[in-house]
Design a protein around this ligand. Structure first.
Ligand code: DGL
Length: 258
């Protein structure tokens, strides 16, 4: 069974393409809505929340974990494998597949992400390993606005005010390196010039997961969504993402998470 987690509804942008690629896999999704947004939290808090999320998914039977949250990527240290008894190759995160998919490009890249992701330098270091410099931009208010189902005009105002800080003529492509941001893609499209390509890493990560686990993840196609607090926007987004699928949404009692 595959376990996938994010701070809230953003990870559904990874779960959706993953369901399409692995329709027979049993998948449990955890959205930590009670502690969202993650993107303005400290490294210590993110490490604790990451361990809690992985433990919860393991307790529900997950043998492969997908971290669909860029903000916790710097907390996914090698020591987790032993402490959480995860075998090698049993955890897939956002940064590696995203950078690998872009390593040959000569496009000038702007990485849009949460403050935690940008502060951790994890993307900057990974791109440096493949000889590429990138520009970065934090949008500290965007994930929270998406999480609470803010209207399109508000999302656009946030995107516009942050992108005004950038010399957009020096950019060919924008990476939406927070899983919430593809849900605001219309706002990015309206604010960015037409020639700027918008990259959603969710599809690349889903393809990476499918390649790694397609032969073993041949269950009954069950999908279970667990959230740590009730959320109408989460329910609406799940309905929109999976209109024809059977799934249950379980709201956790507080005692089950930190
Ligand atoms: N969606 C997560 C990410 O990819 C976290 C966003 C947040 O909760 O701030 O970074």
């Amino acid at each position: 069974m595959i376990g996938i987690f994010d701070s809230g509804l953003g990870g559904l942008t990874v779960l959706k393409p993953l369901r399409e690629l692995l329709p027979r896999a049993d998948i449990t999704y955890f959205g930590d809505i009670r502690n969202a947004p993650y993107g303005n939290r400290s490294h210590e808090e993110l490490t604790r929340l990451t361990v809690d999320a992985i433990r919860l998914l393991r307790a529900h039977g997950a043998t492969g974990i997908v971290s669909a949250c860029n903000s916790v990527s710097a907390s996914l240290s090698l020591s987790l494998f032993d402490t959480l008894e995860l075998g090698p190759g049993r955890l897939i995160e956002m940064v590696g597949p995203t950078v690998a998919s872009l390593k040959g490009t000569d496009e000038r890249l702007l990485l849009c992400a949460t403050s935690a992701t940008i502060r951790s330098q994890i993307y900057q270091s990974a791109f440096a390993m493949v000889g590429k410099d990138i520009a970065t931009l934090a949008l500290p208010d965007l994930a929270g606005a998406v999480e609470r189902g803010a209207p399109q005009a508000e999302l656009e105002a946030i995107v516009l005010s942050e992108l005004m800080e950038i010399n957009i003529d020096s950019i060919d492509a924008v990476i939406l390196a927070c899983t919430h941001y593809p849900l605001a893609v219309e706002a990015f499209r309206r604010v960015l010039p037409d020639h700027v390509r918008i990259i959603n890493p969710g599809t690349v990560v889903a393809a990476r997961v499918a390649r790694a686990w397609e032969h073993e993840e041949t269950g009954e196609g069950r999908m279970r969504l667990i959230i740590s607090a009730e959320s109408a926007p989460f329910r609406a987004m799940a309905k929109q993402a999976f209109p024809d699928e059977d799934y249950e949404i379980e709201v956790l009692e507080h005692a089950e998470t930190a």
